[in-house]
Design a binder for this molecule. Structure first.
Ligand code: DAK
Length: 257
């Protein structure tokens, strides 16, 4: 029987997805990406789950798209594989996703981490967009998300030279939420996920939705969108509970209603 390309586990409100092609350095084949998209959609639909951690192993988060699969692929093959696009499906996850990155996050691996909502990086993490050395360019959002994260000047350098940056530099550039010792990166990511999972779930989802809106359109449109999501939350029980708990000096009990 073929081994699964990903492993999943649930621990209370936090789900963890582990990329599981260690021999191929977690190269993101289309099969793996489809399994990942299925898993994330499953957790999105699971009321018991409030936050997801996505990780690889200590040596590698993911070394990119599967070069062996792509080397034999024509443009037509790539288009077929993209209908529907598992990358788009992954990016459309409504619940917050924390990437726990150790070792290499290259090409599609870097793009996958950037498509998550926060990145907890081990001190050993290395990020890069080496596609230029394969005669291609980042194709899963790297030119856009990286530029938003670190600005044009530095994104251009990474994309045009393929230079890898270490965790500390990635943090200083604004790519990464925090850098932690190698032995604790996964636990730290899970702790962050547990904190997010303890918040009002609808507010967390709409906060994510509104922050992502900052990526497209004008500031004005983003502010309108944020205001709309903000107002919607005023019709939820969680808002009543959160504010009542504050006034009563007790912990809130959010039910996602
Ligand atoms: N694809 C396939 N196999 C890979 C791989 C990859 N990206 N990266 C590593 N491997 C395989 C190696 O071929 C080797 O396999 P065997 O020879 O043992 O069969 C095994 O993993 C161990 O790798 P190495 O022997 O190379 O290990 P080292 O420690 O020496 O080097 C490395 C580690 C990460 C520096 C090196 O493996 C490396 O440079 N890997 C390639 C990194 C890279 O160029 N990544 C970018 C790939 S292009 C798409 C959107 C986006 C994409 C695709 C589609 N669509 C929207 C459809 C993304 C494209 C990319 O990411």
């Amino acid at each position: 029987m073929e081994e699964s390309n990903i492993l999943t586990e649930k621990d209370g409100p936090v789900a963890t997805i582990t990329l599981n092609r260690p021999k191929a350095l977690n190269a993101l084949s289309s099969a793996l990406m489809n399994e990942l998209a299925d898993a994330l959609e499953g957790f999105d639909a699971d009321d018991g789950i409030r936050c997801v951690v996505l990780t690889g192993n200590e040596r590698v988060f993911a070394a990119g798209g599967d070069i062996k699969q792509m080397s034999d692929s024509t443009a037509a093959d790539m288009v077929k594989r993209e209908s529907p696009s598992p990358w788009r499906r992954v990016a459309k996850t409504r619940k917050p996703v924390v990437a726990a990155v150790s070792g290499f996050a290259l090409g599609g691996g870097c793009e996958l981490a950037l498509a998550c909502d926060m990145i907890v990086a081990s001190e050993s993490a290395q990020f890069g967009q080496p596609e230029i050395d394969l005669g291609i360019i980042p194709g899963a959002g790297g030119t856009q998300r990286l530029t938003h994260a670190i600005g044009k000047a530095r994104a251009m350098e990474m994309v045009l030279t393929g230079r890898r940056v270490e965790a500390k530099e990635a943090f200083e550039m604004g790519m990464v939420t925090k850098v932690v010792p190698a032995e604790s990166y996964l636990e730290e990511a899970k702790e962050l996920a547990r904190t997010v999972a303890s918040k009002a779930p609808l507010a967390a989802q709409l906060a994510k939705d509104a922050v992502l809106k900052a990526y497209d359109g004008t500031l004005d449109a983003g502010l309108d969108y944020e205001r709309r999501n903000f107002l919607v939350l005023f019709s939820t029980d969680d808002k009543e509970e959160g504010m009542a708990a504050f006034k009563e000096k007790r912990a809130p009990n959010f039910e996602g209603k």
